[in-house]
Design a protein around this ligand. Structure first.
Ligand SMILES: [Zn+2]
Length: 201
């Protein structure tokens, strides 16, 4: 099975160019406005929308998806993964920068489509499993509820999540949301990826 995942990764279809992405999103920056997938570097792709980044980190033993935009955006994110030549069932782990609707509204549907395990900081656990942000969230009342996802991996500051040679370290950066998290990845060899995110919405 792993060999087939590696073969699929090598055979990844051509992502859109930055110019094509900009043309598709000209005048649009909505959370759910569909955008074509682009390659950021190495094995890291943005499969999100015009307004929300969704990072796909691919590996020979399965992929990791970070952020799922909105419920309305989930089918387009899935289609972008497939457009790149990857199988949805090879997405093994889904995480999120933080628990607001514009970043996790699509997680439940993407979990259903991929069968992936969702990972969460403890302070986002109830939000992800109920679809409602905590009462102490600075943006309480600004975001609508979302379909609950099923959390299977509980993160902690410094916790390293591994999927084959991929390794993602969780760094707690609470403030924008109770569970805001930046990730730093250090996959093996040429599949190196370095990630960070500072959410603004
Ligand atoms: Zn936010």
């Amino acid at each position: 099975m792993f060999a087939s995942i590696a073969a699929a990764a090598l055979a990844a279809a051509t992502p859109a160019t930055i110019a094509e992405h900009e043309a598709a999103c000209a005048g649009k920056d909505g959370w759910s406005d569909p955008a074509p997938p682009i390659r950021i570097f190495a094995n890291v792709y943005d499969v999100g929308t015009c307004g929300i980044v969704s990072l796909l980190i691919t590996g020979p033993r399965g992929h990791i998806l970070l952020d799922g935009a909105t419920e309305e955006a989930a089918p387009g994110i899935a289609a972008n993964i497939q457009r790149l030549g990857f199988q949805l069932s090879d997405v093994k782990i889904i995480g999120a920068s933080h628990e607001h609707y514009d970043h996790v509204g699509g997680l439940a549907e993407l979990q259903r489509l991929t069968g992936a395990t969702v990972m969460s900081m403890p302070s986002a656990y109830l939000a992800l499993e109920t679809g409602k942000v905590d009462d102490d969230d600075p943006q309480l009342g600004l975001h609508k509820p979302y379909q609950p996802a099923k959390v299977g991996i509980m993160l902690a500051d410094g916790f390293v999540v591994r999927q084959g040679p991929l390794a993602i370290t969780a760094h707690a950066t609470p403030g924008h949301a109770p569970a805001a998290r930046a990730g730093l990845g250090a996959p093996a060899k040429a599949a190196a990826a370095s990630l960070s995110s500072t959410p603004t919405a």
